[in-house]
Design a protein around this ligand. Structure first.
Ligand code: FO1
Length: 307
């Protein structure tokens, strides 16, 4: 079993490449639910859905999230009757949130609802939310504390992030199977996701970080920072404003207590020594996922680095 800790778009692209080179049934994904949110009474799990849509080949290829060719009739009507519509929920996407929300209301756990959503889209890897409990990523800005989606979507990541808090994490329990998926894995991979707001919430669930440090499996991560910049999203600015280094070395430092290998881009080959000084082996390759072939190549290189 290969266990992957996953955030949203970057993780989903990596997973799409991974299931091209290993049996999908051997892959377990532990997904971030810190950016889950309720809109119009519907429970939306953006990162879990991005993984499902990408593995099901229905994802919107431009945006990297949502469903290709989706329409927005519901949202237009919601706007017409005076509702807040800053979070874009497509009509087809809403079917997923209706399924999840109905199951949760009937008493299912988020794990059960997630398995049902994955199965509905014929996704056959095991997809686990990090926890069945409510954990919400909260972002401190100069205007006060806001939810992750307010920071990310409504305010377009323009605020300087002063602090992060994973509300509910201290009391949360890992979802069933999460700790075993780390302990019993043949290899654990931390996907190229924002280390602070995509992987950070997973690591904040009690027991997960220790399980990563204790597992006999090699643990590898792919740096989402290339040449000091994030290819997508605010990870570079967020790292800097929170006092970390926006570099592959900065990523290695955040994971050093459990990481064996950091896959870094060839542009960052010069950082291999610094990463090595943290007792993390650097593996240099092309990490930019432009197309199916490069996604596959990155998955292969990562497996080669840990085997
Ligand atoms: N991202 C945006 O930038 N704007 C949106 O309106 C938006 C809506 C949305 C709806 C469903 C979904 O599954 C994802 C959505 N995302 C949107 C992406 C999401 O906010 C982020 O990708 C993650 O939360 C960060 O990983």
């Amino acid at each position: 079993m290969i266990t992957v800790l996953a955030g949203g778009v970057g993780a989903a692209k990596f997973l799409r490449g991974l299931v091209d080179v290993v049996d999908v049934a051997d892959v377990t994904v532990i997904g971030n639910t810190g950016d889950d949110e309720v809109f119009f009474g519907l429970h939306v799990s953006p990162d879990l859905d991005t993984v499902v849509y990408t593995l099901a080949d229905v994802v919107d290829p431009e945006k990297g999230w949502g469903i290709a060719g989706d329409t927005y009739a519901m949202l237009e009507q919601a706007k017409a009757i005076g509702q807040d519509t800053w979070f874009l929920l497509g009509d087809r996407d809403i079917a997923t949130h209706l399924l999840r929300t109905r199951l949760l209301r009937e008493g299912a756990s988020l794990s059960d609802a997630t398995a049902a959503v994955a199965s509905a889209y014929s996704v056959t890897c095991r997809l686990l939310p990090m926890t069945d409990d409510r954990v919400r990523t909260m972002v401190s800005t100069d205007d006060g504390e806001i939810s992750f989606q307010e920071y990310f979507v409504k305010r377009r990541q323009q605020d300087d992030v002063r602090d992060l808090r994973f509300d509910g994490a201290e009391a949360a329990r890992p979802a069933p199977g999460v700790i075993d998926a780390i302990a019993d894995a043949e290899a654990v991979i931390v996907a190229p996701s924002n280390p602070l707001v995509s992987i950070g919430p997973i690591l904040a669930v009690p027991g997960v970080r220790q399980a990563l440090a204790d597992t006999a499996a090699p643990v590898a991560a792919i740096s989402p920072i290339i040449g000091g910049r994030a290819l997508k999203g605010p990870a570079d600015r967020m790292l800097t404003s929170l006092g970390h280094e926006a570099s592959a070395t900065g990523v290695a430092r955040l994971y050093a207590d459990f990481l064996d290998v950091l896959v870094i881009d060839q542009e960052d080959a010069g950082l291999a020594g610094e990463v090595g000084a943290l007792s993390v082996r650097a593996h240099v390759t092309d990490t930019i996922m432009r197309d199916a072939a490069s996604r596959r190549a990155l998955a292969e290189a990562t497996l080669q680095a840990i085997r």
